[in-house]
Design a binder for this molecule. Sequence first.
Ligand code: BG6
Length: 296
Amino acid sequence: MDASLEIPGIARLATGPGGLPRYEITTPLAQAHVYLHGAHVSHFAPTGQRPVLFMSAQSWFQGGRPIRGGVPVIFPWFGPRQESPAHGFARTRAWTVESLRQEPDGNVVLVLRLESDAETRALWGEPHDWVLRHRITVGTALGMELEIENRGAAPFRCEEALHTYFSVSEVGAIQVRGLENAEYYDKADGMRRKCQDSGPIRFTAETDRTYVNTAAACAIDDPGWRRRILVEKADSDSTVVWNPWIAKAQIMPDFGDDEWPGMVCVETGNVADNTLEIAPGGKHTTRTRVRCEALQ
Ligand code: BG6
């Protein structure tokens, strides 16, 4: 490990499960873990509060396989794609450290980087050259900014998402607000296009919805833990909401059969109708900010 990439007493590069290197960040404001594998935030907790992110106890920690829980970085496609890895390849590659610093306000900012190479071109099946930068800010809120830069001579189209798994007391008791009247594709119902009613989302069965054309922030109200998680975003027009429920949990090898009540995904991105087109030399940055407040 290169000690110059650490901040003594604040951010150290440690060896996580499966021998995967991860940053362990501890400040007076919060605690977080970030793997270089996938630029994956696996843990975030403001000081004195319970963890905000869900992590499966059955997760793989292995090169080439995604981590189950936390915040997988999805690029350059969302969902399955013939013989290629589901949700793209960014979440299963080794990223490098571009910078690490602590700001005067106490926030720690870690920037991780991934560049195209012969392998990514083969996996994509298209010859694009790009750089991804994932800027992670650990403070009382968790900030994540995913920048995509097109370094090639031609435009390319891509999807991307910050596939955030949140820890909740009991998914059947929570509600997600912010997507009222938004249109979505219902993956749990043959990808039918539907419109959310004017009420919050409640969970009573498998829920797998890709909301499009919505820039709205979401709130996850969790009365069991008297906590509201706020998911704010910018330059993101899609939000995916997912809970696998009973049957799907049982068929996922890296997810416990009884873990589904303790999680919900509310994912910030640009997918489906909101697929991005990035011009040569152009950049796109999706931003999200996650913070908690007491639910009265
Ligand atoms: C969600 C998708 O974002 O991710 C679901 O909408 C999918 O359809 C889920 O099952 C998990 O995907 P994966 O590839 O991590 O098992």
